[in-house]
Design a protein around this ligand. Structure first.
Ligand code: AR6
Length: 186
């Protein structure tokens, strides 16, 4: 077992692992594990819209109408208000459905993380919290997702000094433990 930091922090404290609810995170921006419609769903998506309120949905509808009438493709990300959430903004990204992208799942999952981090930097945001994208309804094996997500975050942070905290939020301790066994952080 390869657990590299007992306090759940990596990359000089810029990455922090916590167990909790993504909607309760007090960071500049939280990431939503959305679907291409941007109109809500279950899991993280359901919680974000339920707690955040209608302002988020209204902005998502407008983004669909103006930029993505066919839906937001997997791997891409957009930003909206956070409504009633403690965060200031929500970045909505669409994870790959495992087994549905002809072997491009890892590339698309990495793109979710990198495009979300890029949007945060472009909007001058310093702290961001991610759920474990695609590992719920979309069926991505959590161990594989841990390797891909951590590699993508590590590569991005090497190029972006302005981000002070990337928080990875796991719903259950057992989910965090899987991540701790399979991440690639150095
Ligand atoms: N806070 C933190 N983590 C959570 C929370 C929460 N409130 N709720 C669930 N998780 P999922 P996906 C964990 O299914 O796989 C939606 O219907 C969960 O245990 O939310 O990307 C969308 O509309 C799992 O580990 O996202 C899409 O249709 C992880 O977050 C589809 O699900 C992701 O689970 C997206 O599926």
């Amino acid at each position: 077992m390869q657990v590299k930091a007992s306090d759940g922090t990596f990359l000089s404290g810029r990455v922090r692992l916590v167990v909790g609810d993504i909607t309760a995170q007090k960071v500049d921006v939280i990431v939503n594990a959305a679907n291409p419609t941007l109109l809500g769903g279950g899991g993280v998506d359901g919680a974000v819209h339920r707690v955040g309120g209608s302002a988020i949905l209204e902005e998502c509808r407008e983004i669909r109408r103006s930029h993505y009438p066919q839906g937001l493709p997997a791997g891409e990300a957009v930003i909206t208000t956070a409504g009633n959430l403690p965060a200031q903004f929500v970045i909505h990204t669409v994870g790959p459905i495992y087994g549905r992208h002809d072997g491009r799942e890892a590339e698309l999952l990495a793109a979710c993380y990198k495009n979300s981090l890029l949007l945060a930097v472009q909007n001058s945001l310093n702290s961001i919290a991610f759920p474990a994208i695609s590992t719920g309804v979309y069926g991505y094996p959590p161990a594989e997702a841990a390797a891909t997500a951590s590699q993508a975050i590590m590569e991005f942070l090497a190029t972006a000094n302005s981000l002070s905290e990337v928080r990875l939020v796991f719903f259950k301790q057992s989910d965090m433990n899987v991540f701790l066994r399979h991440h690639k952080f150095e």
